[in-house]
Design a protein around this ligand. Structure first.
Ligand SMILES: Nc1ncnc2c1ncn2[C@@H]1O[C@H](COP(=O)(O)OP(=O)(O)O)[C@@H](O)[C@H]1O
Ligand SMILES: Nc1ccn([C@H]2C[C@H](O)[C@@H](COP(=O)(O)OP(=O)(O)O)O2)c(=O)n1
Length: 418
């Protein structure tokens, strides 16, 4: 069967495969060659039977949803002894060339079950399955590309050898971020929801709420101040106090009118979820434009949150896996109203934990999870600091609520005409 996905895989042997070994930034990179050669060092320690499953359908909405559900699907169907690791395959420096999937290490007693499950999956036009074989000398690994066949006996159509590849400078996800994770104009975010209308009817309702006027060039009479920060840094407390102190209007992004659908979009893959949040900013921007003609406006989260969470979630590992400082990925969408001031509240992790607990939201005590959370928080905060147009002013939210309020009032005096 000719697979449509083959065209997406492009020059197979020019691709780099990058396996996310532990979400802490340990990537195992390899490339392919037609001549037998020694595999990368990390590959040589692998004892189990290995496979990769890559999602490469033509329809981006269906592929994103399929990939989103793939981990659960594989965990449910495969023997418990199969270890699943996220894998990406990309053409170095080529934008939008990234394809995602899972790398499987099968240590089970039942290799035929694994092959049967993967064989059935391989029949789908959205999926490309490969298996990896260790050579008799132990140092060579080859990759076989499976071409789907009706009878589940996989027809091995092409063999390549696994060789070390150069380390990528940044996480491979950076190649596909624009218009998959972060949207730099309203039209691109709308397109995603338009394409989702058939499978997510709520998309239509959201699109109806998004205006069409470009208010970005309109300069409001009163200041618009955005308060940003991770969960439990004190945004709600501060925005309420600022509203009282300044007689201001209080807005938030996503806006109240999107609340009925937020949970629906939070269950969707990043492509759809991030488009939803991007559009929330445009709706809030329209409200800002109106309200700021009458009074100062305080906004709880806005573009910095949308861009920073999207970028920080798309990569794994330490802050160094983020797109570099100054990357165009941190730019402001030209058609989105800019606030007068953005304040970023930061908080020591221990104090944040204490506040979460006081609010009745204890964290999972699993050590590894905490570690991943810590890396994630560091990535989000660093992305916040890198977003431009306007850049945020960082305020330590550790002191008392009153002190934080006084400091932000001072900043508003310095930066804005009141
Ligand atoms: N400056 C502060 N000092 C101590 N506790 C605070 C301070 N600001 C907020 N809190 C408390 O911390 C918790 C989280 O604050 P909240 O305003 O809900 O954060 P967010 O809106 O950022 O999630 C709340 O219980 C709040 O009362
Ligand atoms: N303007 C916004 C606001 C939130 N988001 C996204 C970013 C994160 O995935 C979540 C954060 O939501 P969370 O529930 O922590 O927010 P609150 O603390 O309730 O304001 O929402 C966004 O993308 N754009």
């Amino acid at each position: 069967m000719a697979k449509r996905s083959m065209s997406l895989l492009g020059q197979w042997s020019s691709r780099v495969f990058s396996i996310d070994l532990d979400k802490r930034g340990a990537l195992l990179n390899f490339a392919l060659t037609e001549k037998p050669q020694q595999a990368p060092e990390k590959f040589r320690n692998i004892q189990e039977r290995c496979y990769s499953v890559l999602v490469c359908g033509d329809d981006r909405i269906q592929s994103a949803r399929f990939y989103f559900g793939l981990e659960d699907l594989l965990r449910n169907e495969l023997p418990a002894e199969c270890e699943l690791l996220p894998v990406s395959s990309y053409l170095p420096h080529v934008k939008d060339s990234l394809i995602r999937g899972y790398f499987l290490k099968d240590a089970s007693e039942c290799p035929s079950l694994t092959r049967r499950v993967l064989g059935a999956l391989g029949l789908s036009e959205q999926v490309q399955v490969c298996s990896y074989l260790r050579g008799p000398d132990g140092g060579r690994w080859s990759q076989q590309l499976w071409s789907g066949s009706e009878n589940q006996n996989m027809d091995v159509s092409k063999t390549c050898y696994v060789v070390p590849s150069e380390e990528a400078n940044y996480h491979p996800s950076v190649l596909n971020m624009e218009n998959s994770d972060v949207f730099y104009c309203r039209a691109e975010a709308c397109k995603v929801l338009q394409e989702s209308c058939d499978i997510i009817p709520e998309s239509r309702a959201v699109l109806e709420l998004v205006g069409k006027t470009d208010a970005s060039r309109h300069s409001p009479d009163f200041p618009v101040v955005v308060i940003e920060g991770l969960d439990a840094t004190g945004k709600t407390t501060l925005t309420e106090s600022l509203r009282e102190a300044l007689g201001a209007r209080l807005l938030r992004s996503p806006p109240q009118c999107l609340s009925p659908w937020r949970a629906v979009f939070d269950r969707e893959p990043p492509l759809i979820r991030r488009a939803f949040y991007a559009l929330g900013n445009y709706i809030t921007a329209e409200q800002m434009g109106k309200e700021a003609s009458q009074a100062p406006v305080i906004v709880d989260r806005y573009w910095h949150s949308t861009a920073s969470y999207a970028i920080a979630t798309a990569v794994s590992g330490p802050v160094s896996s983020l797109p570099p400082e100054g990357s165009p990925l941190y730019r402001w969408p030209p058609d989105l109203l800019q606030p007068s001031l953005v304040v970023l509240l930061t908080l020591d992790p221990q104090e944040r934990k204490r506040r979460l607990e006081a609010r009745g939201q204890g964290q999972t005590d699993e050590e590894q999870e905490l570690d991943h959370n810590l890396l994630f928080r560091l990535r989000v905060e660093e992305a916040y600091r890198r977003v431009r147009g306007p850049a945020c002013v960082v305020v330590d939210a550790g002191p008392s609520a009153e002190k934080v309020l006084q400091q932000v009032l001072l900043l508003i005096k310095e930066h804005c005409r009141l």
